[in-house]
Ligand binder design. Structure first.
Ligand SMILES: Cc1cc2nc3c(=O)[nH]c(=O)nc-3n(C[C@H](O)[C@H](O)[C@H](O)COP(=O)(O)OP(=O)(O)OC[C@H]3O[C@@H](n4cnc5c(N)ncnc54)[C@H](O)[C@@H]3O)c2cc1C
Length: 427
């Protein structure tokens, strides 16, 4: 006997985490997804131009992403996340042609980088860690390549306008979260093999029905409760929990009259197919780049992928021209100076995340914002101490599911209730 039917709208990581928690609680889950595939903003695709399986964008995870690891333990794919060798990321100064390290724990800061940081940096770090809700990063730390790069990477927003508080939340977890908190991880083979594929298989094994290319276009409500939804042109009765795990623009269309934040920041990713596998200075598959257009360089076999966060100013630059400019940055780093740019797939995510200014940060809604008894919102854009990331997406999906399972006095699964981040999520 099931606990009833539950509907989850959106098969991104928030929606899939919520769907799995509900399925494990005994619900017959229907998961509705508008696109033909799962994963949302964290997905892989076969690219005919490079002939390779590519990720829409390189994703960096950290040892302190407890919700991510809890979910991967449930799907049995923790080993699909590959740790980098140390709690420090190699950084390459493109102008000085010099390799350094960004320490991601107090221990490695002491071992590797203490001498590279000035008293000014330590003062800026202290001000960021103590920053109040209305403060920008720029008000705490004066401009410089390191703070610019860190802010763009963590908040996907330029330091002059970015809110300091979510950066502080991430830094606190990294620096004071215990051993391994600062260790960076990347998908060993692809985002799809790490997240969407095992999640779908686990959901199917738990009895969930997944409907692709089936956008939900209307929610029907009576007496403050969702009673039915229109999906793929047909109406379906909703008798139990409903979790709306779609981006803010889609949530606004389904819940007219409620205003959600609509200010986004883009991320550009460029995937170059190299003539042969390469290695990077520092010996890791990841290299931070300072002083150029390219910010992060990831290597997977013969594919070199560049990430440019907070890429607002590049959105008017044609993809071909951007590929040429970025190649000029990375060719010397790859030992390929003088070679013409190889085939390059440019993926531009215009709405990669919210643009995390203090005003937008303050306007991130709670998961009860729709005011409907059996509906909760989920997604990386909802209120959280953390910036919009995989960790906040999964955390919010689990928090939404937990609310509704507890309402029905059903047992919430152990793997999901042990996520320490849940205690931090604002509702
Ligand atoms: C290029 C890029 C790089 C990133 N790098 C990092 C990183 O390094 N580290 C990190 O932690 N995070 C990173 N992120 C952020 C991370 O990808 C997101 O935080 C996370 O994937 C958001 O998941 P979500 O489930 O909240 O939303 P989404 O992934 O947007 O999922 C929403 C889903 O809802 C579906 N949908 C929309 N409307 C409807 C409808 N009407 N009916 C049914 N379905 C609907 C969509 O198709 C989508 O599948 C990056 C994002 C991008 C784009």
């Amino acid at each position: 006997m099931t606990a009833g039917t539950a509907d989850v709208i959106g098969a991104g990581l928030a929606g899939m985490a919520a769907a799995l928690a509900l399925a494990d609680s005994g619900y017959a889950v229907r998961l509705w997804e508008a696109s033909p595939a799962a994963g949302g903003r964290c997905r892989s695709f076969n690219d005919p131009l490079t002939g390779r399986l590519l990720d829409n964008g390189n994703h960096l995870l950290m040892g302190c992403n407890h919700a991510v690891f809890a979910l991967l333990d449930r799907t049995g794919t923790r080993n699909e996340l590959m740790p980098l060798g140390a709690e420090a990321v190699p950084l390459y100064d493109l102008e000085a042609r010099k390799l350094g390290w960004a320490p991601f724990s107090l221990r490695s800061w002491w071992q590797r980088g203490a001498s590279a940081f000035s008293l000014g940096d330590v003062g800026a770090l202290t001000r960021v860690l103590l920053a109040g809700p209305g403060t920008t990063v720029a008000a705490c730390a004066s401009a410089g390549v390191l703070w610019d790069a860190l802010t763009a990477a963590v908040l996907n927003t330029g330091p002059e306008v970015a809110a300091a508080a979510p950066l502080a939340a991430v830094l606190r977890r990294i620096l004071f979260g215990g051993p391994g908190s600062g260790r960076p991880y990347i998908a060993a083979s692809s985002l799809g093999q790490t997240f969407a594929e095992p999640l779908l298989a686990t959901l199917e094994a738990a009895g969930a029905q997944i409907r692709f290319s089936c956008p939900v276009t209307a929610l029907h409500c009576e007496n403050g409760t969702v009673t039915a939804l229109t999906a793929g042109g047909s109406e379906f009765e909703a008798t139990g929990p409903v979790i709306l795990a779609v981006p803010p623009a889609a949530a606004s269309r389904l819940l007219p009259g409620i205003s959600f934040p609509q200010s986004y920041s883009p991320i550009d990713n460029l995937h170059y197919r190299l003539p042969a596998p390469a290695t990077l200075p520092g010996g890791e598959p990841l290299l931070g780049l300072l002083g150029g257009q390219a910010q992060w360089l990831f290597l997977r076999g013969d594919v070199a992928s560049v990430t440019i966060s907070a890429a607002d100013e590049l959105q008017t630059v044609a993809a071909d021209e951007l590929a040429e400019r970025v190649w000029a940055d990375i060719a010397p780093v790859l030992g390929l100076s003088g070679m013409a740019a190889p085939p390059c797939r440019v993926v531009r995510e215009k709405r990669a995340t919210l643009a995390l200014t203090p005003a937008v940060e303050a306007s991130r809604p709670g998961r009860h914002a729709a005011g409907l008894a059996n509906l909760r919102l989920a997604g990386d854009w909802l209120a959280s101490p953390l910036p919009p990331t995989i960790e906040s997406a999964i955390t919010s999906g689990l928090a939404a599911a937990r609310d509704l399972v507890q309402d029905a006095a059903t047992r919430f699964p152990g793997w999901a209730s042990q996520v320490p981040a849940l205690r931090l999520s604002r509702s």
